[in-house]
Design a binder for this molecule. Structure first.
Ligand code: SF4
Length: 700
């Protein structure tokens, strides 16, 4: 409720919906009969005063009547309002009961990449200190794990962008691979159009003629899953044309000879054949990138969400290193993070194998350091757990019996969703903390209401590695609590309150600073006070007088010897191939108006109205072949499950490929058809290449 003085709230905040973290002012006026809202973009160094349609309408979900306002417990099959005391007591007693009966690892935690740094950090600590379970992972496993592991192997460090956004217009050639920035991070597009105006050549690699491809000088409409092979073809041209930077390779890298030998043995004609991209276009793209004095490469989920996504990214990094395009102005690599805190979400210990500051849970020194910060013995820290989808498998096999989900909707976002739904139904106890009754929350035994971006103070780290402070602007609605508050409250009920004595987000951040100190993602020098004065600070920032690090690798890479590492990469085909029964590829992705599984954007009236239901993009000749007309309902089936979607006939897609967005649940959930094939290097599922068949729903 608002007092008369609070009738007009002016909130300086950041958009919650993607990794740019555009700044905005939201004015909420409750003086009239109905509240009104006014949204204005505020210039900052990332968004430069722009907002996309998602940002303009983000407030709508925060003020939605569908917000959860009270804790609920399922009684006689129905979620029923209870007090916080009853809910917290029930969560703690059910979780500790399961642990007493089946052991500490009978419960798991499932986090999200949209949580603030403070909540992400505390969730990791809560798993290890309050519950002492090894099972914690998060939805960022599906977002960043391939690029993150590739960055660590090649550079010794994982930061989304190796340099700041303002370097983009200085690049003479830019490769955008498997990234649809025009719809996913729209306010970044002017950086690329400025580069183009400056004369840059833009190369887009995507099986679709996406909105981003509209600015391409060269569009390589590659077969799904053939990115690594395409880069091998480009590398061959770069080597044949002697467009490598020999001095850079010699002084800054190792492993080049193996890559050269491997690529030299390949046949360029065969690369064109298997990738579906003509020899001419491969040559044109490779020569453009090789000859440019400056250049940048960006990858996103189109390259990364494959059973060999890690290796595909490494091949792009090979190309960056071979041409010496890193560590200087207008040069670098960017993994274009999708989630609002996709960068920070993966730095502070939500991952099964990591402790805060990217420290490794299996490294004795790292364990001892974090145990010291947390005030426990290193032996008390559990070991390495499993990835997000593997946790679902353990739920399915009933090894994990209780699950706590915070800031995520795993029933829609996991691959092989039919099995995941079955798994979650098998749980003895499911608790979900969310703003809405998401598809996952609908199955929960207990639902806990949380605050939105307008109510919850905390830091977010954008795709550049720039840490930003997002202030709270309005009071929590109803009885909603901050994620971190819920964790502190639960720690109290579990008798672990002495480790969770935080009174405000800043207290947690100050502990996070200590936990990250000396680690790869070092936040020690970043304070709330500094963040209030400065417009974001790039990590690593190891001391209070350190300015932060906008551009990495100027002098050395982060490996101990300071060198970057080449890795030869096979021209592998996707793990799942079309066959007689399932003759088409299916790939997935985002739409302009929606975010992740759509829990928030489907509840924003303006965004929901723009794209009301899921679609199937299908090429006209493929549609004819399978008797589909524009606008009819179609069933798309794989061996795992069926998706029901409305056909959109378009020549913007390859004839052998279908495209379905990822923002809807239930029968429209594209993941009912996707496979549970995981990349062995990072456990990224292969969302992007499923073998499917399609037919009109009427014939299904
Ligand atoms: Fe900015 Fe991304 Fe929000 Fe759009 S969705 S306003 S690009 S942060």
């Amino acid at each position: 409720t608002f007092s008369v003085e609070q009738a007009k709230q002016v909130m300086a905040t950041q958009c919650p919906f993607c990794s740019v973290q555009c700044k905005m002012e939201v004015v909420e006026d409750r003086s009239g009969r109905r509240p009104t809202y006014q949204v204005t973009a505020i210039p900052n160094k990332a968004s430069e005063g722009r907002l996309c349609v998602k940002g303009m309408n983000a407030y709508q979900h925060a003020v939605s009547r569908e917000r959860l306002l009270h804790p609920m417990i399922r009684k006689n099959g129905k979620l029923t309002q209870v007090t916080w005391e009853e809910a917290l007591e029930a969560v703690s007693s059910r979780l500790s009961g399961l642990q007493a009966e089946h052991g500490a690892h009978a419960v798991g935690l499932y986090g999200g990449g949209s949580l603030t740094n403070e909540s992400a950090y505390l969730l990791g600590k809560f798993a290890r200190v309050a519950l002492r379970t090894q099972y914690i992972d998060y939805n960022g496993r599906f977002c960043m794990s391939a690029a993150a592991s590739a960055g660590v192997k090649t550079f010794g460090i994982d930061r989304g962008l190796t340099n700041k956004l303002s370097d983009i217009p200085l690049a003479e050639c830019i490769i955008l691979a498997g990234t649809n920035i025009a719809e996913c991070q729209p306010t970044l597009m002017p950086y690329f159009t400025r580069a183009k105006e400056n004369g840059a050549i833009i190369i887009v690699i995507d099986p679709r003629v996406s909105a981003t491809a509209s600015i391409a000088d060269v569009h390589l409409q590659v077969k799904p899953g053939m990115d690594a092979a395409l880069v091998n073809g480009m590398l061959k041209v770069i080597f044949d044309e002697k467009l490598i930077d020999e001095a850079f390779i010699k002084s800054r890298t190792k492993g080049f000879a193996e890559v050269k030998e491997h690529v030299d043995s390949l046949d360029l004609g065969e690369m064109a054949d298997i990738t579906g991209v003509s020899l001419d276009l491969i040559r044109k793209a490779a020569i453009s990138f090789g000859k440019a004095r400056t250049g940048m490469v960006f990858t996103a989920r189109g390259v990364e969400q494959h059973a060999d996504g890690h290796m595909a990214v490494r091949n792009f990094l090979n190309m960056v290193l071979a041409t010496g395009k890193i560590g200087k102005e207008g040069c670098g690599y960017g993994a274009v993070t999708g989630q609002g805190n996709g960068q920070g979400g993966r730095e502070h210990g939500q991952k099964a194998d990591q402790l805060p500051g990217y420290r490794l849970i299996e490294n004795p020194e790292d364990r001892a350091y974090i145990a010291g910060v947390w005030g426990i013995e290193p032996e008390e820290l559990p070991g390495k757990g499993v990835s997000a989808y593997e946790m679902m498998e353990l739920v399915h096999s009933r090894d994990i019996k209780g699950l706590f989900v915070m800031g995520s909707n795993p029933i829609v976002s996991n691959p092989n969703a039919v099995l995941v739904e079955e798994a979650l139904e098998r749980l003895e106890f499911l608790v979900v903390a969310d703003m809405f009754l998401s598809e996952t929350a609908k199955l929960a035994d207990i639902v806990l209401p949380v605050t939105s971006y307008l109510e919850n103070e905390g830091t977010m780290t954008n795709l550049e590695g720039r840490v930003l402070l997002r202030p709270a602007g309005r009071p929590a609605p109803g009885e909603a609590r901050h994620d971190w508050q819920i964790l502190c409250d639960l720690a109290y009920w579990l008798g672990k309150e002495k480790y969770f004595t935080f009174r405000q987000a800043e207290d947690i951040f100050n502990e996070l600073r200590m936990a990250s100190r000396g680690g790869i993602a070092d936040y020690y020098g970043i304070t709330y006070e500094r963040l209030r004065k400065e417009e974001g600070i790039y990590w690593p920032c190891p001391s209070l007088d350190h300015p932060g690090t906008p551009r990495l690798f100027g002098e050395r890479f982060a490996h101990q010897d300071g060198l970057a590492v080449f890795q030869s990469v096979d021209s592998q085909s996707p793990a799942e191939q079309p066959n007689h029964e399932y003759p088409l590829y299916m790939t997935n992705g985002r739409m302009l108006s929606h975010y992740l599984t759509g829990v928030q954007t489907r509840r924003s009236p303006v965004l929901a109205a723009r794209e009301v239901e899921n679609i199937l993009e299908i090429h006209p000749s493929t549609a004819r072949k399978y008797r589909l007309e524009d606008g009819v309902l179609a069933s798309v089936q794989s061996v795992r499950g069926t998706v029901i979607v409305r056909a959109k006939v378009t020549s913007d897609i390859r004839e052998d490929t279908l495209f379905i967005p990822m923002h809807w649940g239930d029968a429209q959930n594209v993941n009912r058809a996707t496979p549970a094939l995981l990349d062995p290097n990072c456990k990224m599922p292969d969302f992007k290449t499923s073998a499917v068949k399609v037919q009109p729903l009427a014939e299904y």
